[in-house]
Ligand binder design. Structure first.
Ligand code: PGA
Length: 254
């Protein structure tokens, strides 16, 4: 059985004072059935891990370097994230694929580094509006999956997030049929590449304008094991609403 995962991505938002939102979230949801994760700015991970270390929440980074150390001014490595208290890291987010020209090979190298450091790699894939309109969505996802996911992936060290670029931060979401088509396809490809055991154990998240008002119908879609939430993860009430919808969603066989 795959455990549901409610993952937040704070992006470049938040200072120490904003960790009070995490306190509120945990006060409102002291015992969630789903796994709860916030991928914070790197500057906040250590403080968050110290403050909430014994509570039912995990923290992650939003990117890492593929190398473990060296002369890479400004960059942060996977072992550094782990040392700060992170257990997960988002890799290949579309804001990095497009804004920093991160290609599949680089995402794969970063994912390998993350897994070697004991982190769960949350690898993001997703199509642009042009790709969708040209009916290239599934081919593009296939290429991103085979190019970005290392051969050493397992249900424990990999989470895959489907994030259509045109749905991120826009308020637009795909239809439930569109989400189902991509998630079923991702599941099938994972099973074909890694075998049924691993393929069925990797959790598949949907991301892109998830909010409390649309979470329940998204979580009803088969092969949606949770969400990667940007804007709505910044406020405890919104993220808590999404978490509650996930907790109440039907269990999916592993
Ligand atoms: P959004 O972002 O929820 O604000 O659309 C999702 C993401 O970028 O992970």
């Amino acid at each position: 059985m795959r455990q549901k995962l409610a993952a937040g991505n704070w992006k470049m938002n938040g200072t120490l004072a904003d960790l009070d939102e995490v306190e509120t979230l945990l006060t409102d949801h002291p015992d969630p059935a789903s796994e709860m994760l916030l991928c914070l700015p790197a500057t906040l991970i250590h403080s968050a891990a110290q403050r909430f270390g014994n509570r039912p929440i995990a923290f992650g980074g939003q990117d890492c370097r593929a190398e473990d150390s060296g002369a890479f001014t400004g960059d942060i490595s996977a072992p550094m994230l782990a040392d700060a208290g992170a257990s997960h890291v988002i890799l290949g987010h579309s804001e990095r694929r497009t804004g920093y020209d991160e290609h599949n090979t680089l995402v794969r190298a970063k994912a390998r580094a993350a897994m070697n450091a004991g982190l769960v790699a949350i690898i993001c894939v997703g199509e642009s509006l042009e790709d969708r309109e040209a009916e290239n969505t599934l081919d593009l996802i296939a290429g991103q999956m085979s190019g970005s996911i290392p051969d050493t992936a397992t249900g424990e060290n990999l989470v895959l997030a489907y994030e259509p670029i045109w749905a991120i931060g826009t308020g637009l979401t795909p239809t439930m049929d569109q989400i189902a088509e991509v998630h079923d396809y991702m599941r099938e490809r994972l099973e074909r590449r890694f075998g049924a055991g691993v393929g069925r154990s990797v959790r598949l998240l949907y991301g892109g304008s998830v909010k409390p008002s649309n979470a329940a119908e998204i979580f009803d879609v088969p092969n949606v094991d949770g969400a990667l939430v940007g804007g709505a993860s910044l406020k405890a009430a919104d993220f808590g609403g999404i978490l509650a919808a996930l907790d109440a969603s039907p269990a999916e066989g592993g």
